[in-house]
Design a protein. Structure first.
Length: 521
């Protein structure tokens, strides 16, 4: 027995089997869809045998022996619940077009998160160690300071397609002549107007960051994390040194969903990691429903944040009326009972979306077009009708329409006719179905699953102490050198001198000739 365990120990040491890292995962946003991205990072890391501390507003008690959750559910106070009410959005009670408000929200959220007593307990413990910190990037760079506190590598999770703001943290800005920004649905090649608006947006956002926002974030970093550094006997570094010290960006993106832009070595696209490779079996009633849907089933869900029951009555009735005239079965994720439901319409309070989309009889998905849902439609190869409501949903849908697997319908009191036309088109024209199947095949054709890739790169960063070999040299090249402004300056200074010298030579020469002539005479 003793020799066996000795042998095992040798093997374990040799192959590093016993390597278990302590990883801090920070997802403070009180939004269910963002939590799905966080929880699944945690799940993959736990499965690989690591110990995870998860800062979350959605704690699940005693879920795994290697998981410690730091409950920041107090972050919910900051969110206006009405903001996520379909009816309020429909009546334009809110607009999301005030970026300053959104930026202020991210600062409040950072403060509330790091000042939460559950988080303070860990940050204030000088014996606490982590091997890496992973945080969600949401327009606020301050979270990278948490890794400085624990003197360990830092990793961003970017929820969107790669865009210039996140890429300039690890490499440099993208070229607006052919790369759309994070909130644009333009697809290259761009016309002049699109190129100019892309350039304008990029210059504006980079000026905003450089001249205003970075200063705000730096002050918050010093104010909120500085004391912990002092307590550990460390000087507070300049925020620039913290901010551009990122080891890796994990991107919730994949080329099948976006554009084939060039990416730095430490950006790893792992879009789809939140979807289980083994889809859970459907509950008995839903399984029967889908199995028996001989003409196909249409699945309708407004996602995890929005509630269909908040729709105005005339729309609810109108949807039901349209559905009742279809020969397909309709499954609507709806949060309360409905009277006089048409025979072919079924409602479910809770719906296992992945398992429904995976069923061969599910032929169409009506969605709000959140990023997770659009990823899932490509994963499961189902065409969509999108009714975007807020945030990036408009862009996601616009992109899906341009890729050719979606039809967009605008949410309004007068949308019913358009909605009916969209359903008929999606059911009768095979091009949406064919396109999404083609993209799905591309999406699945990868050397390893995105979950495995996620774990590999996190471990790689820890093993190589921050993966400095992956970092782009562009980070250390100042702006004027990148654009050869020094050379330009040199030319501007030297060229006139050369011209003056040549001119003088010429006049000297001609004077000499004049002299010769007069001498001859
Ligand atoms: C942090 O810990 C020290 C003792 O090590 C204690 O004096 C201090 O009050 C704690 N700070 C907070 C914010 O809990
Ligand atoms: C930079 O990252 C390394 C790990 O990659 C970490 O040890 C160090 O503390 C970080 N420095 C700053 C200033 O954040």
């Amino acid at each position: 027995m003793g020799s066996w365990s000795g042998l095992f120990l040798t093997i374990a040491v040799f192959f590093n089997i016993s390597d278990s890292y302590r990883i801090l995962v920070v997802f403070p946003l009180p939004s269910k869809s963002h939590n799905i991205l966080g929880v699944n990072i945690v799940k993959h890391l736990l499965k690989a045998g690591h110990k995870v501390t998860y800062i979350t507003p959605f704690p699940v008690k005693n879920s795994h022996p290697n998981l410690q959750e730091l409950d920041v559910s107090e972050n919910f106070d900051k969110k206006n619940e009405r903001m996520l009410n379909v009816n309020a959005l429909l009546n334009k009670e809110f607009s999301f077009d005030n970026p300053i408000k959104m930026f202020r929200y991210t600062i409040d959220l950072f403060e509330k998160t790091v000042q939460n007593p559950n988080v303070v307990k860990v940050f204030n413990d000088t014996n606490q160690k982590f091997d890496a910190v992973i945080a969600e990037w949401m327009y606020n760079d301050a979270y990278s300071g948490i890794a400085t506190l624990f003197d360990c590598p830092f990793i961003w999770l970017s929820t969107m397609e790669p865009h210039s703001i996140i890429l300039s943290l690890i490499d440099e800005s993208t070229n607006p002549a052919y790369v759309p920004d994070s909130l644009s649905s333009n697809i290259p090649p761009f016309n002049l107007k699109e190129r100019v608006s892309g350039l304008f947006f990029q210059l504006l956002s980079s000026a905003f960051k450089t001249f205003y926002w970075n200063g705000v974030v730096e002050r918050e970093f010093e104010r909120l994390l500085g004391p912990y550094l002092t307590q550990r006997g460390k000087a507070i570094p300049s925020f620039n040194d913290v901010n551009y010290n990122v080891s890796l960006v994990l991107g919730n993106s994949h080329v099948s969903l976006g554009q084939a832009i060039r990416l730095p070595q430490n950006y790893k696209p792992i879009g789809g990691y939140h979807i289980d490779t083994d889809v859970k079996p459907l509950p008995e009633d839903l399984k029967k429903l889908l199995d028996n849907a001989k003409n196909g089933l249409i699945y309708f869900s407004m996602g995890s944040n929005l509630k269909s029951k908040d729709l105005p009555d005339e729309l609810k009735r109108g949807f039901l009326n349209i559905f009742s005239n279809l020969k397909q079965t309709v499954l609507w994720k709806f949060e309360e009972a409905i009277n006089d439901l048409p025979k072919n319409v079924h409602i479910a309070q809770w719906a296992p979306q992945h398992s429904i989309l995976a069923h061969p009889n599910c032929i169409l998905f009506i969605t709000h077009g959140g990023l997770l849902s659009t990823t899932e439609t490509v994963h499961f190869g189902k065409p969509i009708i999108g009714i975007p409501v807020f945030g990036d949903q408009f862009t996601n849908m616009e992109r899906a329409v341009k890729k050719g697997f979606a039809i967009k319908v605008t949410l309004s009191y007068t949308m019913l006719d358009e909605f009916k036309v969209a359903i008929d088109e999606a059911l009768n024209n095979p091009r949406y179905r064919n396109k999404v199947r083609e993209l799905s095949a591309i999406y699945h054709d990868r050397p390893v699953s995105p979950g495995k890739e996620l774990v590999h790169w996190v471990e790689h960063v820890v093993r190589t102490r921050g993966a400095p070999h992956l970092r782009s040299p562009a980070l250390h090249v100042p702006f004027y050198q990148k654009y050869y402004l020094d050379l330009l300056g040199l030319i501007v200074v030297i060229l006139p001198i050369i011209i003056i010298v040549i001119k003088q030579e010429l006049t000297l020469n001609s004077m000499k000739k004049e002299n010769l002539k007069t001498k001859k005479n």
